[in-house]
Design a protein around this ligand. Structure first.
Ligand code: ADP
Ligand code: MG
Length: 563
């Protein structure tokens, strides 16, 4: 037909399609979760738009998702009466991947099925997962408020086609032409059990045809034409905690986060009184591929009185908690709230404070109860949490308690020493927490600055992550113990030095006076001062920066940044 257009998938889509179909095959039923999740999102978006413009849904006000099959044609269809897609949206949403960092992510895929499945899970599988079970997908869609509809179809290889269609009502039909080997997904019972497993918490009814009436004698059973909801269809967070199973919480997380792996932990709270809200906040198990991008979309899904308002409401969480996912349902915000209003609202501020407290105490609980899980969390998100030391002074001590470091106690690169561990091991008379920063763990560990500490058996934290220097510079003390860099200023070991050592040192200083003068004369302006040190035991000399001045590591960082 002359109106049919052929388009090529973006290169990244082609690569992802190919890899996904192969690496997710052992988990193929998740395609249905993904497509129902998209349908529910489409309904949420339209429900929100209709707050301002009720015309949009006047003809068909009851939101629903329908799953139907056609045995003869071998198709499975997921239909919704949500927001729908225009022609341009079909091309953009189902032909490209908009996430930044996609190419980078794809280059990490190795061809090892198991590893790739995990990575793709972190990336988010989404719409294209339909091609795990279908050799052709057709999407017929009519955007709410439009009278045009279009059909998109593809065999999941290089290209897709678009042509005008004549869909009656608004919304989207996703038609999967099942591969011969995947005909099990035509089976009513199989579909119901998958929906029960993955989509019970979806707040829109997911409907299927009622089972056929048993046939009277001598007649064929009459297929039913009536639909029934097969999911619970109540928003999960509105239910009471005791009614919700672990699996339901986990599935709900996958729906809202677009993450494929289970969350590490969550906190579900209903608050009544001067402020009324429900929060359900999750800490993921694994970092998403673009965690390092501070601009990536982040935040919680915001509802007001159970009506979906927006995704990625970042106003409720600080940047250093950008890995947190969840839902916030407020009774105190207006339904027509915008991002601008949120920005200045006092309700936002107090909800944000509450969310931060919940997350931090959830992390404290995990750290105490399940150190292994916490260690995994730390390896995934520790460097993001460290940003909090410099960004959130009101929670700084709590955050400090959540930090994990390498230290000379184990001399291992594994960051598993907390400040509490450190403090509990402090020597008699020690009143400071010592650390060293360097640009690699090996450099930190082998620094001559550590010699005297090792000799005296004083533990030193070994900090070598890029952010450490900046983060630790904001933490002046923990439990009233000052944090001190071993490379900075006069090393005052205070009570840790005994009388005999003190006398020895003073004698040495006297004896070396003329040597020091010669050093100063030779080095001239290149140094500020030359001193006798007692921080070294094996090395002859080292460079230190004076108190309050940039440390050597910070100076190197600034130089590298061109400053
Ligand atoms: P994600 O859901 O993570 O955004 P998907 O790959 O699942 O990614 O979907 C891609 C995009 O296609 C969605 O963001 C949405 O804009 C659009 N889309 C998919 N399914 C539907 C649908 N049933 N109705 C409207 N838009 C849809
Ligand atoms: Mg999706």
């Amino acid at each position: 037909t002359p109106t049919m257009e052929k388009h090529s998938f973006q290169t990244e889509v082609k690569q992802l399609l190919h890899l996904m179909v192969h690496s997710l095959y052992s988990n193929k039923e998740i395609f249905l979760r993904e497509l129902i999740s998209n349908a529910a999102d489409a309904v949420d978006k339209l429900r929100f738009q209709s707050l301002d413009n009720s015309e949009l849904i006047a003809e068909d006000p009851d939101f629903k998702i329908r799953i139907t099959t056609d045995e003869q044609a071998g198709t499975l269809t997921i239909s919704d009466n949500g927001i729908g897609m225009s022609k341009d949206e079909l091309i953009a949403n189902l032909g490209t991947i908009a996430k930044s960092g996609t190419a980078d992510f794809l280059s990490k895929l190795s061809g090892d099925q198991k590893k790739d499945a995990n990575l793709i899970g972190q990336f988010g599988v989404g719409f294209y997962s339909g091609f795990i079970v279908a050799d052709k997908m057709t999407v017929v869609s009519k955007a709410a408020g439009s009278n045009e509809s279009f059909s998109w179809s593809s065999q999941g290889e290089g290209e897709f086609e678009i042509e005008p269609s004549d869909k009656a009502g608004r919304g989207t039909d996703i038609i999967l032409h099942l591969k011969d080997s995947e005909k099990e997904f035509l089976n009513d019972w199989r579909l119901r059990s998958i929906i029960g497993k993955y989509s019970d918490h979806i707040s829109v009814p997911v409907q299927m045809l009622k089972p056929a009436e048993p046939a009277a004698e001598g007649e064929d059973p009459k297929p039913s034409t009536e639909f029934e909801a097969v999911n619970k269809a109540t928003a999960l967070w509105t239910r009471s905690k005791s009614d919700i199973s672990e699996d339901e919480y986990k599935e709900f997380y996958k729906h809202i986060s677009h993450d494929f792996t289970e969350p590490m932990s969550w906190a579900h709270n209903k608050v009544e009184g001067t402020q009324e809200y429900t929060s359900l906040l999750y800490i993921p198990k694994n970092a998403p591929f673009d965690l390092w991008n501070r601009e990536r979309s982040r935040g919680v899904k915001l509802y007001v009185q159970r009506v979906f308002i927006m995704d990625d409401a970042e106003q409720f969480l600080p940047v250093y908690l950008r890995f947190v996912r969840g839902v916030l349902d407020s009774n105190d915000l207006p339904l027509n709230v915008s991002r601008e209003i949120l920005q200045d609202s006092s309700v936002t501020q107090s909800l944000k404070n509450a969310c931060v407290k919940r997350i931090l105490s959830l992390l404290e609980k995990t750290a105490k109860k399940d150190p292994e899980a916490y260690q995994h969390f730390w390896e995934q998100f520790g460097n993001v949490l460290k940003e909090g030391l410099g960004e959130d002074f009101s929670n700084q001590q709590t955050l400090a308690g959540l930090m994990r470091f390498s230290s000379t106690h184990t001399d291992s690169a594994k960051q598993d020493v907390s400040l509490d561990d450190y403090v509990s091991r402090m020597n008699d008379g020690q009143d400071k927490i010592y650390y060293i920063t360097a640009d690699s763990f090996e450099t930190a560990k082998n620094s001559p600055h550590l010699e005297v500490f090792r000799k005296k058996g004083i533990e030193v934290l070994l900090l070598a992550d890029r952010i450490d220097e900046w983060a630790i510079s904001h933490l002046s003390d923990y439990q009233e113990k000052k944090l001190v860099s071993v490379t900075q200023g006069d090393l005052d070991l205070g009570e840790l030095e005994n009388q005999e050592e003190k006398e020895q040192r003073e004698q040495l200083e006297k004896d070396s006076a003329s040597l020091i003068e010669r050093f100063k004369a030779v080095l001239g302006d290149k140094v500020k001062d030359v001193k006798v040190t007692h921080r070294l035991t094996d090395s002859p000399a080292c460079v230190v920066s004076s108190e309050g001045e940039m440390s050597a590591q910070m100076a190197r960082l600034m130089a590298a940044a061109g400053q």
